[in-house]
Write a protein that binds this ligand. Structure first.
Ligand SMILES: Nc1nc2c(c(=O)[nH]1)N[C@H]1C(S)=C(S)[C@@H](COP(=O)(O)O)O[C@H]1N2
Ligand SMILES: [Mo]
Length: 566
């Protein structure tokens, strides 16, 4: 009896494996084409980017809370797992419905192409990596399937398995997974289902013989893996030629017209476990929606200022750095920084005055928002009055004495003291539209975050570490507090809800940075202790214990830690 069937479990595993290999070929070829046309249009990156933009806020918040800085890796990993499952499923389908399986792969390619084409910075060719990758995947799935089952899927038989010799019931086929190769028992094979002599048949206890050509399967898989691997690596190498790391190394930043004195020595308490006053670039927190770093060449970079202005401006990188440059010590903070969190960092920035440029463009009355856009289409809405009030709002080109790192916005980013990053700190900036809050909405505001984001006064305990065990005796308690563009006037600490005690404040170069603090006089006694901190800013506002979550406009409340002394 021969009928169309799906064969044994071994056949099923082989089919799923072929699906995986075809999927890998699709991604490898996609990566190769992306290396030629546009690295960010690589299938997984395009889908990942689209996922980032379309994921419901609650899910995103959960992901950031759960995975923190690893959220992007987790996202890519998750997409890979989903793709692997789909590919394996299509491999299974390919045995009986090869047309549908091919169509399924192409449909996924179309999905990837749609994701790439709807990116804000998409170019027409960006659909190619996903489409060509999927076509290569569909083609290789067909090829691999034919190679592995040259005779198609004539199922051997669908009779009940013979009873086991000892009289016990034979295990139904569904119970066991792939059997070890020791189960290849050609001599047990019922003669009537023996396929062509040259092909080994995998037998399973109580199951049906697998009909696949093992040699065809293995060589096919090997070839597919090679194609996928070579395509992926070549694609990456080709994409690397667009890397602007070299261009960055060649940037020579001019001296500032308005240079700052060195950071006061007393700004850094130099306590172990308390981060340095100036955060080294490599340790600076990074928050953005980009799955791969935008590569923006300073030679072709331009900033367009348009909208509600009298004279639209277009400025090149060379023109920008020839303007008088300002140095400014500014602490950046992310609105997603929860109480006690690490999404805050301090740097000495170098940049051109944003307000001077806007004055040259001529702001029209009624304009209250700067909608800035990055090369990858992210947007931010900054209040005009804040930028124009005299603070050091910069189009920054330098960070701690070097050109901006790629991950921090090379070649140019905005820095505005006193505002959370999502409304002020556009990296890879290419455009500023002067507009109104009632006409335009920026990226995170569309997703439920406040339109305006002044940084809330905050303080954090860095030592001792929350949850740590420390020996009894004199124990310094120290940390940082920030209230950018207001300044920190006082920090108080209390232990076990006792009286508040004034911490000693470190020096600061200005009002736009965080401020280190330390309480020296505490003697730790054995047992568990709660330590709390609160700051008072220069407007006289003291932090209250009322907790606010990060969404919609930043966290509030006292940082509190629990330690054990023994
Ligand atoms: N192009 C772009 N710029 C961006 C973002 C982004 O997603 N894309 N995120 C902003 C946010 S939310 C913050 S907190 C700061 C973080 O800057 P950093 O990564 O240099 O620390 O960048 C801002 N600039
Ligand atoms: Mo942020």
């Amino acid at each position: 009896m021969t009928e169309k069937g799906t064969g044994s479990r071994a056949d099923a595993w082989a089919a799923a494996l072929l699906g995986l290999v075809a999927g890998a070929v699709a991604l490898g070829v996609g990566q190769l084409v992306a290396g030629l046309v546009s690295p960010k249009a690589a299938p997984v990156i395009a889908v990942g980017d689209a996922t980032v933009d379309h994921t419901p806020q609650a899910v995103k918040d959960w992901a950031i809370r759960t995975f923190g800085a690893a959220d992007k890796i987790v996202l890519i990993g998750g997409i890979m797992v989903v793709l692997a499952l789909v590919a394996a499923g299509l491999g299974l389908l390919a045995r009986t419905r090869p047309g549908w399986a091919g169509a399924g792969l192409l449909a996924f390619g179309a999905l990837g192409a749609a994701a790439a084409a709807t990116r804000p910075d998409a170019a027409p060719l960006d659909v190619l990596p996903s489409l060509l990758g999927a076509a290569a995947g569909a083609w290789s799935l067909r090829l691999l399937t034919h190679r592995t089952w040259p005779d198609g899927f004539a199922a051997p038989h669908h009779d009940e398995p013979p009873p086991a010799p000892d009289g016990t019931e034979t295990r139904p086929a569904g119970v066991r997974m792939a059997e070890p190769l020791a189960d290849v028992r050609t001599e047990d094979r019922p003669a009537e289902v023996r396929p062509a002599e040259v092909r080994p048949v995998v037998m399973r206890a109580g199951g049906e013989p697998a009909r696949f050509d093992r040699r065809g399967l293995l060589t096919g898989v090997a070839a597919g893996v090679v194609v996928a691997g070579v395509g992926g690596l070549a694609g990456r190498a080709l994409g690397g030629r667009l890397d602007v790391g070299t261009a960055r190394a060649e940037v020579a930043l001019p001296r500032p017209a308005k240079a700052l004195p060195p950071i006061p020595a007393g700004a850094d308490l130099r306590l172990r476990d308390l981060g340095p006053f100036v955060t080294p670039n490599r340790d600076f927190y990074r928050v953005d929606t980009a799955l791969i770093l935008p590569q923006v060449d300073p030679k072709t970079w331009k900033l367009k200022i348009h909208g509600m202005v009298d004279r639209p401006v277009e400025i090149t990188f060379d023109q920008l750095v020839r303007r008088p440059l300002t140095e400014a010590d500014v602490t950046l903070t992310c609105v997603s920084n929860d109480v006690g969190g690490q999404y805050v960092g301090n740097a000495r920035w170098l940049g051109a005055s944003l307000s001077a440029l806007l004055r040259e463009a001529g702001l029209r009355s009624g304009a209250d928002m700067l909608l800035s856009t990055s090369s990858d289409g992210w947007t931010s809405g900054t209040p005009v009055d804040v930028v124009m009030d005299g603070r050091d709002a910069l189009l920054a080109v330098g960070m701690n004495g070097e050109a901006l790192p790629l991950s921090h916005g090379f070649p140019v980013r905005q820095v505005v003291p006193g505002l959370y990053g999502y409304v002020s700190a556009t990296k890879w900036i290419t455009e500023i539209k002067v507009t109104r809050y009632d006409r335009d909405e920026a990226y995170w505001t569309e997703r439920g975050w406040a339109a305006k984001g002044p940084i809330k006064t905050q303080s954090r305990i860095d030592l001792p570490r929350g949850g740590s065990t420390v020996p009894p005796g004199p124990t310094p308690i120290a940390g940082v507090a920030w209230a950018q563009h207001k300044g920190i006037d006082a920090v108080e600490v209390r232990v076990d809800k006792g009286p508040w005690r004034q911490a000693r404040l470190a020096d600061v170069p200005g009002i736009d940075t965080w401020r280190q603090w330390v309480l020296d006089g505490w003697t730790a006694t054995p047992g568990d202790h709660t330590i709390e901190v609160r700051a008072t800013d220069a407007t006289g506002y003291t932090q209250t214990p009322d907790y606010a979550p990060v969404i919609p406009d930043g966290a509030a409340g006292w940082h509190s830690i629990l330690i054990t002394v023994k």
